[in-house]
Design a protein around this ligand. Structure first.
Ligand code: SF4
Length: 382
């Protein structure tokens, strides 16, 4: 059996009992593909214990350096719908809401087509969500769907019967329900089974999205994208809440959270950006730090005051101030936004330390004319 996330499937979804489905998901070892890598079976079981459960398929993908969910929805929306129905069956939900970014017209059309004439006994809705970085955060998304602003709250939706699940995670549920846990575990590593959709951009010949087995050596992953197109300066792993790594460290690792952990990194948003040597890592990081400051929900002190101050300090390369600011920002907000931004900036200061010294001496080795890291929602999938 060779069905994959980005390939259409032509076998019907089998009707299986709730407990049997949940046991299969648990045995598969599937973890969330949206960033946090939380065990999917645990989340499903928690929501299954509540009343009036609702399933929210999260296809918002506000991370500018990631298009994987948009590609999945554009190429195989049926599989996401299958997975959402499997999840709804497990948690006992009748209502399923598919949430996607407002600007992603292609994705909305594909989902509409996939849902047309298909209910399988569920009430399915399609909701357009503001294209903001924090709008896809679980509590922000649920707040928006309940008629409030798309801003994070202190609540955990799954404790209140709302299963918010990333669309790639749901697509995996659709496959596991068909082919079983053993089939899923044939790929990946024993501790991190399966495949992931990954966005790779920057200094590779064919930037885009591919499905890759967990544990694949990073150099082989880059070959899937045509290989390096320039000498690498550094690698950003995990998107804008991710971590800069020195190229020689990153390229010798397998693609897994276990391998990245000693470097303080994780797969996060499943995005890898290879920064070419002619690009200035400090200028790139300062643009993203400013973007993250502007994209906060603007309702907690660390975001309102801390993130702009951190962006200022990175622009002026005031390393002492950055070190003072970090503990005042990280872990102090209602959501993980300030933590992610702080981690990203701290890794830039570490990996580009030599570049900071050169800048203070009035020199910058970057000569690239256009920026490498994208900001705003990715236009490719509108
Ligand atoms: S920490 Fe920042 S992004 Fe998160 S809720 Fe507070 S203001 Fe909004």
């Amino acid at each position: 059996m060779s069905a994959r996330l980005l390939a259409p499937i032509d076998t019907p979804l089998p009707r299986r009992r709730r407990a049997e489905l949940l046991a299969e998901i648990e045995a598969s070892g599937l973890t969330g593909r949206g960033g946090a890598a939380f065990p999917t079976a645990l989340k499903l079981a928690a929501v299954a214990r509540t009343r009036n459960a609702v399933v929210v398929a999260n296809g918002t993908e506000g991370e500018p350096a990631s298009w994987k969910d948009k590609v999945l929805l554009a190429e195989n929306a049926h599989l996401v719908v299958d997975g959402a129905m499997v999840a709804a069956r497990i948690v006992g939900a009748r209502r399923i809401i598919f949430a996607v970014g407002r600007e992603n017209r292609t994705v909305r059309k594909r989902l509409e087509r996939a849902l047309a004439g298909r209910s399988d006994g569920f009430d399915c809705f399609l909701e357009a969500v503001p294209d903001r970085f924090v709008a896809g955060e679980e509590s922000a998304l649920v707040n928006h769907l309940n008629g409030g602003p798309a801003k994070p709250t202190m609540q955990k939706p799954y404790e209140r019967g709302v299963l918010v699940q990333n669309v790639e995670t749901l697509a995996n549920l659709g496959l596991i329900a068909r082919y079983g846990a053993e089939w899923f575990r044939e790929r990946g590593t024993a501790d991190e089974p399966g495949t992931v959709l990954i966005t790779v951009l920057g200094a590779v010949r064919s930037p885009g999205v591919a499905e890759v087995e967990l544990g694949t050596p990073m150099r082989d992953v880059l070959q899937r994208f045509g290989g390096l197109s320039a000498l690498p300066n550094a690698v950003l792993v995990g998107g804008y809440f991710g971590t800069w790594m020195r190229a020689h460290d990153a390229l010798d690792l397998p693609l897994s959270d276990a391998a990245l952990k000693p470097f303080g990194a994780s797969l996060g948003a499943r995005s890898i950006v290879v920064l070419p040597q002619d690009a200035c890592g400090l200028a790139e990081s300062a643009r993203v730090a400013r973007y993250l400051a502007e994209e906060s929900a603007g309702q907690c002190g660390p975001c309102v005051f801390g993130l702009p101050a951190m962006a200022d300090a990175l622009e002026t390369l005031d390393v002492d101030r950055l070190r003072r600011l970090a503990p005042q920002i990280s872990g102090r907000g209602a959501c993980a936004h300030p933590n992610g931004a702080t981690r990203f900036v701290a890794s830039a200061v570490d990996v580009f330390a030599d570049e900071i010294v050169r800048h203070h001496a009035g020199r910058c080795t970057g000569s690239a004319r256009s920026p490498v890291l994208p900001l705003g929602s990715s236009r490719e999938w509108r």
